[in-house]
Design a protein around this ligand. Structure first.
Ligand code: GLN
Length: 194
């Protein structure tokens, strides 16, 4: 069975743990950087990216997270997690982990509604996926090797580049595990090929 961690410094951690377990993988809450070594894949949850970044620095996680990505181990960022993974953030000079070749804008659905749910078609993964958006970012630009997986009202809200998957919404907040299942499958394939 593959072992998937959820960065447990802040945000929607336990919901991701439950979703991973439903997909027949072992789920671990990661609170210490040493725990990353034993993992086959990692989920960066939603929450508040600025708070998460402060805690990443406080617990000295940043280099280890970059190292995890450099090993080519799959990473899945949801909402704030997507912001942590993006190579570029509108209004910021520096990215956080900076591994997924996209530019994101924070809180980009804010003016329409603080939070909402909509059915999304996610390319090759799920039709009518119930996507929960909470002060969500969107992807403004995607690099040439990035596959756009879903759009909402013309804005990119899910994308993948090799082992790196990101989405603007919260797949862990509904009972629909199709996106988590897809990530677990990515982790299994990556482990087999390692
Ligand atoms: N608005 C948050 C941020 O910028 C993300 C919100 C979320 O993860 N639900 O970090």
């Amino acid at each position: 069975m593959v072992k998937i961690g959820v960065l447990g410094l802040q945000g929607a951690v336990s919901e991701h743990i439950k979703a991973i377990e439903k997909c027949d993988a072992t789920a671990v809450v990661v609170k210490h950087k040493e725990e990353l070594e034993e993992l086959d894949g990692l989920i960066l949850p939603g929450g508040e990216s600025t708070t998460m970044r402060k805690l990443i620095d406080k617990y000295d996680f940043l280099d280890e997270l970059k190292h995890f990505a450099a090993l080519g181990k799959p990473m899945f960022g949801t909402c704030a997690g997507l912001i942590l993974m993006a190579k570029s953030i509108v209004g910021y000079d520096q990215p956080h982990i900076g591994v997924l070749d996209v530019k994101v804008e924070r809180n980009s659905f804010g003016r329409q509604k603080e939070s909402f749910e909509t059915d999304l078609d996610i390319l090759g993964i799920a039709d009518k996926f119930p996507a929960v958006f909470i002060r969500a970012p969107h992807i403004v630009e995607a690099g040439e090797n990035v596959e756009v997986l879903a759009k909402h009202e013309g804005r990119i809200v899910a994308a993948q580049e090799g082992p790196f998957l990101g989405c603007s919404f919260h797949p862990e907040l509904t009972d629909d595990t199709r996106l988590t299942e897809y990530f677990v499958h990515m982790v299994k394939k990556s482990k087999e090929n390692a």
